[in-house]
Design a protein around this ligand. Structure first.
Ligand code: GAL
Length: 368
């Protein structure tokens, strides 16, 4: 009998310990990353919006197994003030139970990114969309909007950007002379010309808002052979028709764009599906290019496979100079929900950048 007196308090203590969340104060790339409920964060192919002192992480909500590579739930949102500890804010864009909807449950909805439009006061979410049951053939950009950062976002439309539009060239280069749809010079030009009437393919993507408030959509186009960088309309929910083609014919995916000291930087990957490959980086003095290719920014062991990851976003840390975090996904396609996140600090030497693996690190790294 006397033992029973201890049972209830012991049980209560254990259940409190079980539920109390350990406060994180460092990043552990590739480890499981518990949210405020102790559940591994479910926001893959994501992007982060900094809004009124809070970071909001949006990403693909995956489910267990292979089916998790399709959108069974929608876009998951988390919030954080310190970047280590994330609160589950729930599903910000839900897939539709109607199989006829563009965003029907089971479609492919990837790489969601949210930007805020100061003029319309709306939050605008862009993503890569593939219609239900069509594999990756449809290659559309999708857009949804919300008055509240965490959602719910209302789906607006999906389409292939820039139908009937030729690329914009700030100056005439040999490249611009070559794009001749009467006789395309290479495979990429051929795909471009084939898609000219209906709009260009739009798969892996990001969005970027410049200091002047103009927003841009960067996406893998031309059967993933070429990246397009396209201007969005002032309300951010459409394309103006002005765009350029970057690094034609070299299959660049997973673009992430940022700006430092007036220079535009882009990190991307090669094109090997869920399997990792070497990252690549580019810079430009004007967003309209020319964009210069600089090779692989990753150093050391496993740098040829981006440490097992694929870029999705580069996050400028608020209030810190020269503090940019490279964010990649370590995909686990056989059990999609278990995908991991690689967050690594970017280091700069002059205008050159470098990424190195670190097992564990904190934001103090940037102050050294
Ligand atoms: C990757 C792409 C992912 C996903 C995957 C499907 O190359 O970056 O977002 O589309 O292919 O195989």
């Amino acid at each position: 009998m006397k033992y029973y007196r201890f049972l209830l308090p012991a049980f209560l203590l254990l259940s409190i310990i079980g539920h109390a969340q350990i406060k994180l104060n460092s990043f552990s790339p590739g480890a499981r990353w518990p949210d405020d409920k102790g559940v591994h964060i479910n926001a893959h192919g994501g992007g982060i919006l900094y809004n009124n002192g809070v970071y909001y992480w949006f990403g693909e909500h995956k489910v267990a197994g292979n089916a998790g590579n399709r959108a069974m739930v929608g876009v998951h949102c988390y919030s954080s003030k310190d970047l280590y500890n994330w609160k589950d804010e729930g599903i910000s864009l839900s897939v539709s139970p109607d199989p006829a909807s563009d965003i029907a449950k089971g479609c492919i909805l990837e790489r969601p990114k949210v930007i805020y439009n100061k003029k319309t006061k709306k939050y605008v979410m862009w993503f890569h969309l593939e219609l239900l049951g069509k594999g990756y053939s449809v290659a559309r950009a999708g857009v949804a909007v919300s008055d509240k950062v965490t959602g719910p976002y209302q789906f607006v439309k999906s389409y292939r950007p820039n139908p009937g539009q030729m690329p914009f060239y700030p100056e005439l280069t040999p490249q611009s002379d070559q794009l001749n749809c009467l006789s395309p010079a290479n495979k990429s030009d051929g795909f471009f010309c084939r898609d000219l009437p209906g709009g260009q393919m739009a798969r892996d993507m990001t969005v970027f808002v410049d200091d002047d408030g103009k927003a841009y959509h960067v996406f893998s186009s031309e059967e993933n052979y070429t990246l397009d960088l396209a201007e969005l309309t002032p309300d951010y929910t459409g394309h103006t028709g002005k765009f350029i083609r970057i690094y034609i014919g070299h299959q660049t995916e997973a673009p992430a764009l940022f700006k430092r000291n007036g220079i535009y930087y882009m990190i991307g990957s090669g094109c090997t599906g869920w399997a990792p490959n070497a990252a690549r980086w580019f810079t430009a003095k004007s967003i309209w290019g020319p964009w210069t290719y600089h090779g692989n920014p990753c150093q050391g062991q496993d740098s040829q496979i981006t440490y097992g990851g694929q870029s999705t976003h580069v996050l400028p840390v608020a209030g810190k100079k020269d503090a940019f975090i490279f964010i990649a996904d370590k995909w686990t396609p056989k059990d999609a929900i278990d995908g991991r996140y690689l967050w690594l600090p970017i280091s700069f030497k002059g205008d050159d950048m470098e990424i190195n693996w670190i097992d564990k690190w904190s934001l103090d790294t940037f102050e050294k």
